[in-house]
Design a protein around this ligand. Structure first.
Ligand SMILES: [Zn+2]
Length: 419
């Protein structure tokens, strides 16, 4: 038991140091000790361990050191080179003071399941995207089989099993870790065991790896938090994609982990007489604001209506488009005002396709909120669009897996995480 605790503490400290270098590239050992509160001796020993394993590298300014670094390269997975690096370190006499992350050594593989495709995203844990591909999926293909085949190809070519810290499956689905079920209205799990059997099938298909199944909106929210430096502890991320989803950080913790089982913001009803929704309710936000429902708002327009075309028309002064956006902003603000009363976020970020509506929509939502909300709770609320691209949720999945589930001090084979 004592050993387990020691390993957990060591893992926490290694993770703390790795992430400190992640956020402060070039940081010195002394500053790491100041920032983390660990002793200089502990920092030195743990950083040496991270360097030997090829997670971080010294990038000091000492001339002798730089020469040795050029000779040995970043500590990597080749034992011969690792020995050279250790030798170089000894010969250099003193440790340089600047630390960087190693790239090209460790990866997390992310598979994003979409309606007709699988997005494959191989992410270096230092942040670089190594590969991104799309695999087409036929209506009777199994997602799991497509992913397994792709992984086998990867392991036979460029990446070893040891370099692959874990595999994430990112689904547009509600994930229930207690009942071990998944529910999705946009991807069919028919050939993958269904909602009740998909987790067992995944576990059986990838036994030699650490596997995590995560919700897509939660991963996008995590990416926003990490990569755009969100400092607000209470933060809501709302994503418009095929549906509308939200992830909530409350006191810096992702509510319900990356499962999306605690919040279904898209099914917040704002009109009891509105159109019926697949969830069984009427007038859900998703039914009113989804992009594919735009033609019903402006039936007189003969051009294909998208958020982007509507936003552009409004930007150039088309009054019908401006009024439509005003109406949508008002409806959205009704749901937002209620969300604010429930969890009082200090920042709300809108991600996904809704950004294409442009600044006019955002301004109208802000204006509507000042008119239809509890002022005390919205006065200091910040509202903005996401500034990340459409691959953000895959990078978010990689970072979430690494931060939340990966352990430096444990054997990760056969581990399986939901959310
Ligand atoms: Zn609904």
């Amino acid at each position: 038991m004592k050993l387990v605790n020691q390993q957990l503490i060591k893992n926490t400290n290694l993770k703390l140091l790795y992430n400190s270098v992640f956020h402060n590239r070039g940081i010195s050992r002394a500053d790491l000790a100041r920032q983390t509160g660990l002793s200089r001796t502990a920092v030195s020993a743990l950083v040496d361990e991270l360097a030997e394993a090829g997670f971080v590298r010294d990038a000091g300014s000492s001339a002798g050191w730089e020469e040795m670094q050029r000779m040995a390269g970043c500590a990597n997975l080749s034992s011969a080179v690792a020995e050279n690096a250790s030798g170089a370190r000894r010969k250099a006499g003193r440790k340089p003071n600047s630390l960087e992350l190693c790239s090209g050594n460790y990866y997390v593989l992310v598979f994003g399941w979409e309606t007709d495709s699988v997005q494959v995203h191989l992410a270096d844990i230092s942040g670089a995207v190594s590969r991104h591909e799309e695999i087409g999926k036929g209506s009777s293909d199994s997602y799991i089989q497509l992913c397994r085949t792709w992984l086998d190809g990867l392991l036979a070519s460029t990446v070893t099993r040891r370099q692959l810290l874990g595999i994430c499956f990112v689904l547009p689905a509600m994930l229930d870790p207690t009942e071990r079920t998944a529910f999705s209205t946009t991807v069919s799990l028919e050939y993958d065991g269904g909602g009740e059997g998909v987790f067992s099938r995944l576990q059986e298909a990838f036994p030699e790896h650490a596997v995590a199944v995560l919700n897509d909106t939660a991963c996008a929210a995590y990416a926003e938090k990490v990569y755009t430096g969100v400092t607000e502890k209470d933060f809501a991320f709302i994503r418009f994609d095929r549906g509308i989803g939200a992830a909530l950080f409350i006191q810096d913790r992702l509510l319900g982990d990356a499962c999306a089982s605690h919040t279904q913001f898209g099914h917040f009803s704002i009109s009891p007489d509105g159109p019926p929704c697949a969830c069984g309710n009427r007038g859900c936000l998703e039914m009113l604001l989804r992009e594919d429902r735009l033609p019903e708002r402006l039936p007189q327009k003969n051009i294909p209506l998208t958020y982007e075309s509507l936003g552009q028309s409004a930007l150039y002064g088309d009054t019908a488009s401006m009024q439509t956006i005003r109406d949508m902003a008002f409806e959205f603000s009704l749901a937002l005002a209620n969300l604010v009363c429930l969890v009082h976020p200090s920042l709300i970020v809108l991600g996904g396709r809704i950004r294409r509506l442009g600044p006019f929509f955002l301004e109208e939502v802000r204006r509507a909120l000042t008119e239809h909300s509890f002022h005390k709770m919205t006065d200091t609320l910040r509202l903005r669009y996401s500034i990340l691209d459409s691959n953000a949720c895959y990078n978010g999945a990689m970072k979430y897996f690494f931060d939340r589930h990966y352990q430096f001090t444990a054997n990760m084979e056969h581990t399986f995480f939901i959310g």
